[in-house]
Design a protein around this ligand. Structure first.
Ligand SMILES: C[S@@+](CC[C@H](N)C(=O)[O-])C[C@H]1O[C@@H](n2cnc3c(N)ncnc32)[C@H](O)[C@@H]1O
Length: 238
């Protein structure tokens, strides 16, 4: 397993600018939630790298929020204080395996904007392990960046991402300040690709990821939304 470095300065930047930098942020979060079937009774949902806990739209389930960052977990605990015992935070490292079990425990496992830090083999390993952690009928829902398969696809994704941030910046603040910061940070990895030898972002093509989800045993594998290189897909455990 490889590791990737996430600093608390990244956490703060994401807390401050996620609403500008993530295309159709609210729509994505609601779509992830909408893809989780209504449980029959008490149920447990696991969010891998939960960040600030923005997926907090499950009225009766117990939400297990795992994240590396103490800053993020603290934010999530504050945001989800009304969950009481129904929010279970845990510090974890997605790259490691000690948090993975063979026990079917969860009704759903979801993750937003995280697994692109894992390389291809580690993504497949994650899907295989998550399969074991789900009850039959449970769902895996992933929202993340994908790797376009050719140069023109990368150019289209880069352009669309800049445009999404421009629109959001103007919508929220009436100016281009957030877009300018997005540009300064070189956040658009389709416009500013990292050196593959030291890259912390390792998006895989959408088709590869769907194949790995299927290879892990999931059925009804499907794509629900795609914009600017960001996608939402899911699979169901038999
Ligand atoms: C881009 S943020 C996304 C947060 C959240 N999923 C969302 O969509 O709002 C990436 C998250 O991954 C977490 N993270 C970074 N490295 C990690 C690691 N090695 N293991 C687990 N989580 C990690 C960060 O703390 C952060 O909360």
């Amino acid at each position: 397993m490889n590791t990737f470095l996430w600093q608390e300065s990244d956490s703060q930047a994401f807390i401050d600018y996620g609403r500008y930098f993530v295309p159709q942020r609210e729509y994505q979060l609601q779509t992830i939630a909408d893809l989780i079937p209504q449980p029959d009774g008490p149920a447990h949902i696991l969010e891998l790298s939960c960040g600030e806990g923005l997926l907090s739209r499950f009225p009766s389930v117990t939400l297990h929020g795992y994240d590396l960052s103490p800053v993020m977990l603290e934010q999530a605990q504050q945001r989800l204080a009304h969950y009481g015992q129904r929010f279970v935070p845990r510090q974890f490292d997605l790259n490691q395996t000690e948090w993975r079990t063979n026990q079917p425990t969860f009704h759903a496992v979801v993750s937003s904007l995280t697994i692109h830090h894992l390389d291809g083999p580690d993504k497949l390993r994650l899907f295989l392990d998550v399969y074991q952690m789900l009850h039959p009928g449970g769902v895996l829902v992933i929202a993340d960046l994908v790797a376009p398969t050719r140069g023109l696809g990368t150019a289209v994704a880069a352009q669309a991402w800049d445009e999404a941030v421009r629109q959001r910046s103007r919508q929220l603040d009436g100016n281009d300040a957030a877009l300018t910061y997005f540009e300064q940070l070189k956040w658009n990895l389709y416009r500013y690709p990292e050196d593959p030898d030291v890259a912390i972002d390792k998006p895989s093509s959408l088709l590869d990821q769907l194949k790995w989800v299927e290879q892990a045993g999931f059925t009804a594998v499907d794509v629900h939304w795609l914009l600017a290189g960001h996608v939402i897909y899911s699979g169901v455990k038999r």
